[in-house]
Design a protein. Structure first.
Length: 229
């Protein structure tokens, strides 16, 4: 890290170290009810406001218990448990509102997928958006997708072996049809890498076939402590 970053971290660490004794004194005063709490919070279990270490401590405590001071960010925190709200069954209206939103989203996805399947079956190039040749390296922005959606689509497209099909990207479904493709000229580095990959594949295939041939020709015997299997 840079000098400024190191300086900032060292300063924060030093602050925590210097306040440890004060935190312990405050903990004792808090326990004796001689110190008022600085803030009252209502948090869901394992909320990121507190650390995992503090949550583990809280789950072993009861109401009115106090946890020992532990570091949160760049300061010490002591927690007193005032009340515990147990999980409750939602009312019908609360559940309906939440489930309706999920159901609407699922229904939309199903309808979109059904439309995509129909579109693929009756694919019409006249109504399609035709792009130029695309590559993964150029980070092409395909209409009507944004850059992130385009990149995700191309990543899935280049790992597919299908000439046409359906690809889901975030909340969109794309029906595609590859009209033409070509190999781009490679520079020396890519050519060398391709040769190495091909040679490695050849070696792996040769080794696998050799082992298979030897296995069929000669029975395998395992010797262990004088026993033969």
């Amino acid at each position: 890290m840079s000098f400024e970053e190191a300086k900032e971290k060292a300063s924060a660490d030093l602050k925590v170290k210097k306040t440890k004794k004060a935190a312990q004194k405050n903990y004792i005063a808090f326990k004796k009810d001689k110190l008022k709490n600085s803030e009252t919070l209502t948090l869901a279990l394992n909320d990121s406001t507190l650390t995992k270490e503090i949550w583990d401590d809280i789950q072993q405590k009861n109401i009115e218990d106090i946890t020992k001071p532990k570091v949160v960010a760049d300061r010490y925190a002591t927690v007193k448990i005032k009340s515990i709200k147990e999980p409750q069954t939602k009312t019908f209206e609360e559940a309906k509102e939440e489930v309706s939103a999920i159901y609407a989203l699922e229904a939309k996805k199903k309808a979109l997928l059904k439309l995509a399947e129909t579109t693929l079956k009756n694919f019409d190039t006249n109504n399609a958006t035709v792009s130029d040749f695309v590559t993964l390296e150029k980070h092409d922005n395909l209409k009507p997708l944004n850059l992130q959606e385009s990149l995700q689509f191309l990543q899935k497209l280049f790992t597919s072996s299908e000439e046409n099909g359906i690809i889901s990207v975030l909340d969109k479904v794309i029906v595609y049809n590859i009209m033409d493709q070509k190999l781009l000229p490679m520079d020396n580095n890519k050519s060398d890498l391709l040769k190495q990959t091909v040679n490695q594949i050849k070696a792996n295939i040769f080794e696998a076939n050799l082992i298979k041939m030897l296995d069929s020709k000669y029975p395998t015997e395992v010797y262990m402590e004088g026993l033969t299997n």
